[in-house]
Design a protein around this ligand. Structure first.
Ligand code: NAD
Length: 451
């Protein structure tokens, strides 16, 4: 089986990628198992040095990785450079971890009690197509740093940068079999990660629907899972906010990466008394968003990743009450202009479903309690923004919104040094931040008597 990659900006065929079979997946897992034992036995300093060498290899390859992502995923070149550099940063950050997995010494009677953070073994990482290399790194880097081996399966549409990262790991001198990237179908390679007993943890990032299937499958072996799933985040604008700044920045909180972002603030909740002034400014900002050829430095938003996805996003145009749209190129490529819809109520599909494209829905609210209730009226809970000049309100609303990642008077993107993950059906577990390597270990407790 193979899959032909199509450049989403031009519609041209790029290359064909071979898909692994179940037998090839089993071989990769066996090699990973053997590599992991040697890796875990290494001096922590040597593991740290290997990760630092990997970071340097990525650093030297930023431009190649970025250009691959432009052609494979349609990401604007500046954004793709940021993504490749982010992978380098994640490697640098967690290269300190092998020498800092400290464990604890716990006061007990009659002896000493210590804990060890043992690696799990082989970890399977399954990634989506929207941010292929950054999301992969959030799984494979802390897993390696904690002494595990990793087998990574990228999404069918966007495997190229992940495959390149696999080559860079080899070039950097990581032990053979320790970090393998295998292209393949979710139902074949991804499913095998779930059923294979030697894969001790699966990190899955993707749709909530497939995430539920992964969780059910993992139950058979009580396999550890981290799930990073969908979102329908709210950008809440209070009347006391800097409405001008809120309106000017709102397009970039939802249309970046063509809205194919799990953290997209795809519902904008605006206090009724400032709705008109917000909408007027927001329209100007949306019309200024530069949707264009992703190879240009000036481009802010590229095409959608795939024709099938363009069709699924376009289907919402018939269901939406459209207020205004920005612009997009015409011709070949999966182009879609940024689109602003007015809410038809809390059950409007544009208010409840993760469209995962450049469509945002605006809904008015009356007071703080109303804003919180609407923000929480979703099965998801991943991200969100709160715009207000009242510090007390910022604090109250941040505590009340059921979501893993909030920002006040800003739309912060993911930082490698802070935890990231979802409430409710947006996921299970956390990635990134100082504790991420611990999520790839078992805590072992040992008591040694004094006599
Ligand atoms: P998807 O669920 O269709 O696929 C994700 C991955 O799962 C792919 O690699 C796919 O091949 C694999 N897969 C499919 N079926 C499988 C199976 N039966 N067993 C194992 N693996 C299987 O998601 P997508 O369309 O690639 O990505 C978009 C979704 O990802 C959106 O819902 C988005 O919100 C979510 N996402 C979440 C985060 C987060 O951090 N919370 C980040 C990015 C994307």
């Amino acid at each position: 089986m193979s899959y032909t990659i199509i450049n989403p900006a031009t519609g041209e065929e790029m290359e064909t990628v071979e898909h692994a079979t179940v037998e090839e997946t089993d071989d990769a897992i066996a090699r990973a198992k053997s590599a992991q034992k040697k890796w875990a036995a290494l001096n922590p300093f040597d593991r740290a040095e290997a990760l630092r060498a990997f970071a340097r290899a990525v650093e030297d390859d930023v431009e190649t990785l970025a250009l691959l992502e432009v052609r494979n995923s349609g990401h604007p070149i500046e954004q793709a450079r940021w993504e490749a550099t982010h992978v380098r940063n994640v490697l640098d950050y967690y290269s300190a971890a092998p020498e800092r997995l400290l464990g604890k010494q716990i006061p007990v009677a009659g002896g000493i009690d210590v804990t060890f953070n043992d690696p799990l073994g082989v970890v399977g990482v399954i990634t989506p197509w929207n941010f292929p290399m950054t999301i992969a790194s959030w799984g494979f880097v802390p897993a390696l740093a904690a002494g595990n081996a990793v087998v990574l399966k990228p999404a069918e549409w966007t495997p190229l940068t992940s495959l390149r990262l696999g080559e860079l790991a080899t070039q950097a001198g990581l032990p053979d079999g320790l970090f393998q990237v295998i292209a393949g179908r979710g139902s074949v390679v991804g499913d095998r990660f779930i059923t294979h007993p030697d894969v001790r943890k699966v990190v899955f990032t993707g749709s909530t629907e497939v995430g539920k299937r992964v969780m059910k499958g993992a139950a058979d072996q009580i396999k550890r899972v981290t799930l990073e799933l969908g979102g329908k985040s709210a950008n809440i604008v209070f009347a006391d906010a800097d409405v001008e700044k809120a309106a000017a920045t709102a397009p970039y909180s939802v249309f970046e990466n063509a809205g194919q972002d799990c953290c997209a603030r795809s519902r904008i909740l605006v206090q009724r008394s400032v709705l008109d002034s917000f909408m007027e400014r927001f329209e100007t900002a949306v019309k200024n968003v530069v949707v264009d050829d992703p190879t240009k430095d000036s481009t802010e938003v590229g095409p959608l990743v795939h024709r099938t996805h363009l069709e699924s996003v376009s289907a919402y145009l018939d269901k939406a009450d459209i207020a205004f749209r920005g612009s997009a190129p015409e011709g070949p490529g999966n182009w879609f202009a940024p689109t602003v819809a007015l809410s038809r109520g809390l059950n409007d599909p544009c208010m409840t479903e993760e469209i995962f494209g450049p469509i945002v829905t605006v809904h008015p609210f009356d007071d703080e309690a109303d804003a919180v209730e609407i923000a929480n009226a979703t099965e998801f809970g991943l991200s969100g923004s709160i715009w207000t000049r009242d510090v007390g309100r910022a604090l109250r609303v941040s505590r009340a919104v059921e979501s893993g990642n909030l920002s006040v008077n800003s739309h912060s993107s993911v930082r490698y040094n802070t935890p990231f993950g979802g409430f409710k059906q947006s996921g299970l577990g956390r990635e990134l931040g100082p504790d991420a390597p611990l999520h790839f270990t078992e805590e072992k407790n040992v008591f040694i008597p004094a006599d």
